[in-house]
Design a protein around this ligand. Sequence first.
Ligand code: HEM
Length: 488
Amino acid sequence: MSLFKSNPFAGDSCPSRVAMFASGRPSLPFPHPWNYNEPIKILETFFVDADKESGPARDNRFLKIPFMAPVLVSRDPEMIRAILSATGDKPEQFDRDTLPSTGIARATGKDTLLYANGPMWRIQRKLAAPSFGKSTLFHPERFQEFEDTFRQTVIRRIEALKAYFAEHQTQTFRVKMEAEIKVVMLEMLTNNFFGAQIAYEEIRDRYAPALERVIDHIVKDTVINKIGIPVRQMPSLTREIAQAKKDYAVFEELTDLALAPRKAGRALWSQFKSDAPDEKLRSNVRVFLAGALEATTSFAAWAVAHLARHPDVQESVYEEVRQVDSYTPENLDQCRQLNFVLEETLRLTPSLYFLPRKATADTWVEAKDGRRMFIPKGTHILLDVWHANRLEDYWGAANTGYPADEFAPIRWERLCVKGYIPKNFLHFGFGHGARVCPGKFLGQLEVGLVVGAIVRTFKFNALNPDNRSRAGVSTKPEDGADVELQLR
Ligand code: HEM
């Protein structure tokens, strides 16, 4: 009996146990083939009835199945920060747990910045860092190329839209913005970041759809492919496997196109100093292509979905961006309202909704407020950023002036007036600590550019009142940011 009741954790922030089976919960507290496409519900299951409790156990829960390592789920912002700060390659630090990304590793390779831990991760991080640095990307000429590519694409899309308006004698157009955003994000990534020269139409019709299906396949593969055979080596027994094999082949083609400009040192390759042969870099290039596309699309699609439901906020961003004639990093930095919108978007609807960690040793972690938690070696840890960012007593009216579950960019204005220090108020939208997102500056610039230009060009309103989420590798608006557009 004690096997089922004992608590392997300890400390004044000791988590409480969730039952494996119980009625009245949104899901079972672990992924399986029938619930894997509703991961936010799985996380929610850990905190059903939690609000009736008080104390730190309210936000820290664990699941323990006999003879298996425990699973800790935390939505406690201070504990999340403490665990992220104690992640790295030093002895006894936490690893990034590879369990939730086995599908990603099968698709991209294991020796990547995302999947590797320990010394291999450190080598990869040092290699990649210069291409992503603020000083590299905040170079006006460098970013000018991103802006030019984007401007040309936007001009072509507006022309197409005007032709549609003329033909159909209308002034409005219904469109799922997520799909449009995905194509321009991939275009900037392949053509500006990697220096490839792929036509917009080819990205839209061939590469973006194949990559989208690969990413969907990765999610399913993580839960269902227990035998662990990469799709490339599977026989084409079903139509689904045959399609997946075709999509993976297109992904390889795209990886070749992204690697090709390396020889000539085009685009950000000029910052990359390594003698490693191209073959050694393939896995990381795949991760950057799929990961960056997924995260930037999610972030920008969410921002549009929120603005589409808040016309007043949309107007205040418009008043700001209409003055901007060129989206240089400095000009984007000055757009206060736009930056509050982006900050609030990542808080309320973070693209990466949980951060996985694993305890490499028996570890005591201490939060900034002095609370401590003992975590046994081998524990799988899910840092539940989605729910942490909605905790009322942390992000709610008392601290920020607005309810935690509301989209209110103005709360950031309030926080600024109160003299808050950003490092004390973290939403973990780009992670934190040694494994913080290296693509943060690139991502912020791209998303700022895309969202700023959309607001400047169009007025848009949501066609569904609810702004629900769906989640896979990242979160997205459930309706694909379905809006009605009108040219300004
Ligand atoms: C703008 C949208 C983006 C968001 C919201 C985002 C979010 C994140 C987060 C939260 C992490 C930390 C994961 C963890 O702690 O477990 C992360 C890591 C990472 N991101 Fe991003 N990211 C974005 C854009 C990008 C871009 C543009 C790239 C590359 C071109 C990129 C590449 C990576 C890589 C390689 C890691 C792993 C780093 C490591 O483990 O050392 N991300 N990202």
